[in-house]
Design a protein around this ligand. Structure first.
Ligand code: UGA
Length: 426
């Protein structure tokens, strides 16, 4: 090991775990990261990074000496005291979080009072209390992650805030966790465990609410002749509102917002409280994902036999994550209407092959657009803005119709080139 900095244990080397491990290594800590999958540990040990996250491969390779990957929990317990739990907590059918992987970790840790679990995984409010009852000796600190896919390294190094929650008997561990983040420039919020857990869920639910809100403003703006981009600009300059997360589009996806909104609604429901606002946030989002269908029908009439190109499969750019991605919902819906769907994504299409059913997966945007009756921009990958719309694309398409699901393309230029352009809320 060799440095004086606190060694860090990371349990579960998915996207959160690997970003956390690599960033702590970058800050000078020795990190022992443990995953149960031997193949994953072997490939990580060779320096291979199995997900698309800008800057992550460089960080892993630059800090290779400080990063150890293992399948052996005893090794982690032996070499580190702060154990960052980064296993996933996917949604169950009912919308609750599945805690089986967290439980398995807790079962392996025993009751040593030299160790603390530092919970990064997103868990229901009350999980910390439950674990502390089960393992009274073990320290427990809640330290939710606020990383965004595609900018995780920057988010880690320049946090808006770091939340560290602990109850009385774990205050000393919480001090050690807070100290890890002191070199960074964000404020550290010290609080109790349940409040820390709630900060995480409430933050994601609030951002999701902001998106569903602006999407509804967009839908109404379309009817009333306002332009949602202008409306968002005007609203966002109010300090109390802020300009971020006011981008209207085809709904939010990903592994976090849909899951965390449902989980919070479900948690509230378990206490007998009906969280009505979140029910609407979810419903609005589900409808928004299909909104491009109506826009296509407006220009094409029946979609039976029509060739539709979907540009983008990832739930947002700079990631290969397709969880809850709009493209999946849209492709299925369009096929249900009898359309032939072709998709292209620079990194995410292959992983979606199984879920995309009868959809044709193309190797390039040009291939997807060849002979298309209409194109739908689903994910705002920069390369889609750089296409030669007026020349090459127009020449390829059977009909020059574009539904810009993220208000991302140059509307004026497309119209000038003779395209029928439909944005969201404009
Ligand atoms: C989100 C949160 O932003 C992170 O703070 C949090 O740590 C993370 O979940 C998590 O809980 O792990 P992420 O899912 O990576 O991060 O993605 P976002 O960039 O937040 O985008 C979520 C979705 O909202 C995307 O589908 C995006 O297209 C959509 N979105 C975002 C909009 O439709 N409009 C906007 O203005 C912003």
């Amino acid at each position: 090991m060799g440095t004086e900095k606190e060694p860090i244990g990371v349990i579960g080397v998915g996207w959160v775990g690997l970003c956390t491990a690599a960033c702590f290594a970058e800050l000078g800590h020795d990190v022992v990261a443990r995953d149960i999958l031997p193949e994953k540990v072997e490939s990580l040990s060779r320096g291979e990074v199995p997900m698309h996250e800008p800057g992550l491969p460089e960080l892993v390779s630059r800090n290779a000496e400080r990063l150890t990957f293992t399948t052996d929990m005893a090794d982690v317990l032996d070499r580190t005291r702060l154990l960052f739990c980064c296993v996933d907590t996917p949604p169950t059918y009912s919308g609750d979080a599945d805690l089986s992987r967290v439980e398995a970790v807790v079962d392996e840790l025993g009751d040593s009072d030299e160790h603390a679990i530092v919970m990064k995984s997103t868990v229901p409010v009350g999980t910390g209390r439950w674990i502390q009852r089960k393992r009274e000796g073990l320290g427990y600190v809640s330290n939710p992650e606020f990383l965004k896919e595609g900018s995780a390294i920057k988010d880690f190094m320049h946090p808006d805030r770091v939340v560290v929650g602990a109850d009385e008997h774990s205050e000393a561990f919480a001090d050690r966790v807070a100290a890890l983040y002191e070199p960074l420039d964000g404020p550290i919020v010290r609080t109790d465990v349940a409040s820390a857990e709630m900060v995480k869920l409430a933050s994601n639910a609030f951002l999701a609410t902001k998106i569903s809100f602006i999407n509804e403003i967009a839908n109404v703006s379309e009817e009333l002749g306002a332009d949602v981009s202008e409306v968002a600009r005007g609203m966002g300059l109010d300090d109390r509102i802020g300009p971020k997360f006011l981008q209207a589009g085809l709904g939010f996806g990903g592994s976090c917002f849909p899951k965390d909104v449902s989980a919070l609604k479900q948690l509230a429901g378990n206490t007998g409280y009906a969280f009505q606002l979140l029910t609407s946030v979810i419903e609005v989002n589900d409808l928004q994902k299909r909104r491009a269908v109506g826009k296509l029908q407006k220009h094409l009439g029946s979609l039976v036999g029509k060739e539709i190109a979907l540009l983008g499969v990832a739930f947002k750019p700079d990631t290969d994550d397709i969880r809850e991605a709009t493209a999946l919902v849209l492709a299925a819906r369009l096929q249900g209407e009898g359309a032939h769907v072709r998709v292209y994504d620079p990194v995410a299409a292959e992983g979606a092959r199984e879920m995309l059913g009868g959809t044709v997966i193309c190797e390039s945007a040009a291939e997807a657009l060849d002979g298309a009756d209409a194109a739908v921009l689903v994910t705002e990958w920069p390369e889609f803005a750089e296409l030669d719309w007026a020349g090459d694309v127009k020449g390829r398409m059977a009909q020059p119709i574009v539904v810009d699901g993220r208000n991302f393309l140059d509307r004026e230029a497309l119209r000038e080139a003779g395209f029928t352009y439909e944005g969201i809320g404009r």
